[in-house]
Design a protein around this ligand. Structure first.
Ligand code: IVH
Length: 705
């Protein structure tokens, strides 16, 4: 509570004192306006109008006035100033070229397999050069230049859409804001990793500890927390750095190899890693890996492995991509970090598909810079096999983003009070019967979506990043809403706004409005943001929708395959409901076990009911393969048979797929072309039987141009 303007500490002011206060008020308004303008030039124009000392001096003066006349704070509320409300969120940026990730290998033996698979794909026995680079443990970013001027920066996001961090990237000294070299393509997008040096990370944590502020677990988290700041002043203070290692959307590729790209951009002023090296043989590659591992601790930035890239661009282009990773590169991860700790307890988690997973609660331990307090124990057999007991001392390890694991029990440290863990026969969440099917290691709750754990996990999956990607519906909110009866199934997400307005939800319940704004920690703005996020997802693309359904075994890659082959959800669902699996099984990559899980899903009346209700709220876009709309085999189903000469079978299949064709493993009535190599067998005969057109390899190559 503030006092009346003519009182200080309850004492009435004299005329003179009142005059002084009026002066102070005028001065405060003047200072506030100056600070306001300075904030605009700093935050929005990136062109500071005051030095830090001038700014601090003004701020101190205003604080002194407020100390003396606290009631003036209501007049000039600093929290309402521009700096605190610059932007309400990051804009979205569509990546013109998707930002993909890398496949991983974990031991030296796999280097050989990786190189072998490349030779097999290309049918090539010549030596292939690899450009080898440290794998920087930071955050990937893209930076777009138009006519040499930096115009836009983005985070990776889900690989297709990221967040606009242009202003944040501008604060990083190492990023050139303007390239003067004339050779730079008109449109030039570079990609790399933003990181925080180990030294800056330690200094930041020391400073934050003194000021009672957030302590970051590792440099990567600190870099992430610093880059995604709406207040770019904070990003600037955090001294981020970067390495550039690849490109995205460019109007002209003027380099022929990865090495040439790196050398070129380095000469244009981009920071590239000084340890990058061209390797011509497997032993060169192994030496590079060992060398980096030996200098890892001395580097002033974190690396978590080495990246091997086919150096020659023409070969890279032939090799192309799998769903989310290039065939021409892989990441060789450093061995997992390990530590010893004690198991305090073992708990069971029930997942989306009802799987009961035992999880160890650990005495917190630092594993390679990350605090670990839980580890998965996988399943009941694993607990028995490793003889894991509560109170045991164990070795835990973590590698990259994977969940920490218990590697072994230290039997010589076994405690007299160690307790065997009895795996529950009933679901610990809903008490229902559990079953373990033959040949399966997993025990599952049989209660389906009536089990709260399965229901909430399914909802979390439904809103997750690769599915409906609804920002604002985090795990905790989903759980709260589920247990309060606000969101029980996916459709409820899309009726939330309508119900919040106070309209009756259904005729029977005549429910009052939900008044989400009145929930603790919520307000008008957060509720509006949530509805905006939900409404922006009322139209969803087919692969996301299929993935969101949470069908067992159907991950993102399979969802994409199904979408590409069926194109419309209606067609897919109709065939699945009727258990027509011919088309499904003809898809390269879908086997009978997966097909069974899919048809079982569509046989369940509850699932159909959920989908039908949901379809009243949302629209599923048909799948349109835009990649090669003009290709003569786009949308066609092709089958390869016999021995090909110009390219290997794997390359031929990949090529056809990249041109928009569906590659089937067997000939059927719906096959459009059969490409017949030497010594073709029954498939060629079948093509003749069905009257399907056949092409020789030569004909196929000239057909696709
Ligand atoms: S190349 C097409 N090179 O690792 C893939 N990535 O696990 C292009 N990363 O998303 C990536 N250092 O964020 C590449 N020298 C390097 C890298 C690197 C770190 C990150 C990058 C990528 C992730 C894949």
């Amino acid at each position: 509570m503030f006092e009346s303007p003519d009182l200080i500490d309850g004492i009435r002011l004299t005329e003179k004192e009142l005059e002084e206060k009026k002066e102070a008020e005028k001065k405060l308004i003047d200072i506030t306006l100056k600070l306001y303008k300075a904030d605009i030039s700093y935050y929005q124009e990136d062109n500071p109008s005051l030095t830090d000392a001038q700014y601090d001096d003004l701020k101190n003066q205003s604080l002194k006035i407020l100390e003396k006349y606290p009631d003036l704070a209501t007049l000039i509320d600093p929290s309402k100033r521009i700096g605190a409300e610059i932007k309400s969120g990051f804009k979205k940026v569509e990546h013109k070229v998707p930002m993909l990730s890398l496949s991983n290998i974990f031991n030296t033996g796999e280097i050989f397999e990786f190189i072998e698979s490349i030779h097999r794909f290309l049918g090539n026995n010549n030596d292939i050069d690899f450009y080898c680079e440290p794998k920087i443990d930071g955050l990937s970013f893209s930076a777009r230049y138009e006519k040499g001027i930096f115009v836009q920066g983005a985070t990776r996001g889900d690989g297709t859409t990221g967040e606009d961090i242009t202003e944040n990237l501008k604060t990083i000294d190492e990023l050139p804001k303007r390239i003067l070299n004339h050779d730079i393509p008109d449109i030039f997008e570079i990609r790399g990793e933003v990181y925080m040096s180990k030294k800056d990370f330690l200094e930041l944590n020391e400073k934050n500890a003194k000021e009672n502020k957030k302590i970051f677990a590792n440099p990567r988290n600190a870099a992430a927390g610093s880059l995604r700041q709406l207040d770019t002043k904070i990003t600037r203070e955090r001294k981020l750095r970067m390495f550039v290692y690849t490109w995205g959307d460019v109007s002209k590729v003027v380099w022929k190899s990865q090495k040439e790209f790196i050398d070129t951009i380095n000469s244009w002023g981009f920071p590239t890693n000084p340890n990058n090296k061209l390797c011509g043989s497997i032993s060169d590659i192994e030496n590079f890996y060992n060398h980096l591992q030996s200098i890892r601790a001395d580097l002033d930035y974190d690396i978590d492995g080495v990246v091997y890239k086919v150096n020659n661009l023409a070969l890279q282009n032939r090799l192309g991509f799998l769903t989310r990773t290039p065939r021409w590169a892989t990441a060789h991860k450093f061995p997992a970090e390990k530590a010893i700790t004690r198991i305090e307890d073992i708990k069971i988690q029930v997942g989306r598909t009802g799987a009961l997973t035992p999880v160890a609660n650990l005495e917190s331990v630092n594993v390679g810079g990350v605090i670990v307090s839980h580890a998965t124990l996988h399943n009941e057999d694993e607990i028995k096999r490793k003889d894991i007991r509560i109170n045991d001392y164990v070795v835990v390890q973590r590698a990259g983003d994977v969940i920490p694991q218990v590697v072994e029990v230290l039997l010589d440290k076994r405690q007299p009070d160690s307790k065997e863990f009895i795996f529950p026969a009933l679901c610990p969440v809903c008490g229902s019967k559990t079953i373990r099917e033959e040949d399966e290691a997993v025990r599952r709750c049989t209660n389906g979506l009536n089990c709260p754990a399965q229901a909430t996990e399914s909802l979390k999956h439904f809103v997750s990043r690769d599915a409906f990607d609804i920002e604002g519906l985090g795990s905790k909110i989903i759980e709260d809403f589920y247990f309060e009866g606000i969101i029980k199934n996916p459709t409820d997400i899309f009726t939330l706004e309508e119900r919040n307005k106070g309209q009756a939800y259904d005729l029977f319940s005549q429910a009052e409005g939900l008044n989400l704004e009145n929930r603790e920690g919520w307000g008008k703005k957060s509720v509006e943001n949530l509805f905006a996020a939900i409404n922006s997802r009322r139209t969803v693309d087919l692969p996301r929708f299929i993935y969101a359904l949470g069908i067992r075994q159907v991950g993102i890659a399979t969802s994409l395959l199904i979408a590409k082959n069926f194109r419309s959800f209606k067609e897919f669902m109709t065939e699945m409901k009727e258990e027509k699996t011919e088309k499904l099984l003809s898809i390269d990559g879908i086997g009978s076990a997966m097909a069974k899980d899919i048809t079982v899903f569509f046989k369940e009346p509850h699932n159909i009911e959920t989908i039908d209700k949901l379809l009243k709220q949302i629209k599923i876009e048909d799948y349109i393969d835009t990649t090669n709309y003009n290709s003569p085999i786009s949308g066609k189903t092709v089958v390869f048979t016999g021995t090909l000469e110009k390219m290997t079978r794997i390359e031929a299949k990949a090529k056809a797929q990249s041109l928009g064709a569906k590659v089937a493993g067997s000939v059927s009535k719906s096959t459009d072309y059969v490409i017949v190599g030497a010594d073709a067998g029954s498939k060629a005969k079948k093509a003749a039987e069905f009257g399907v057109s056949t092409l020789t390899e030569e004909e196929f190559l000239s057909f696709i141009g």
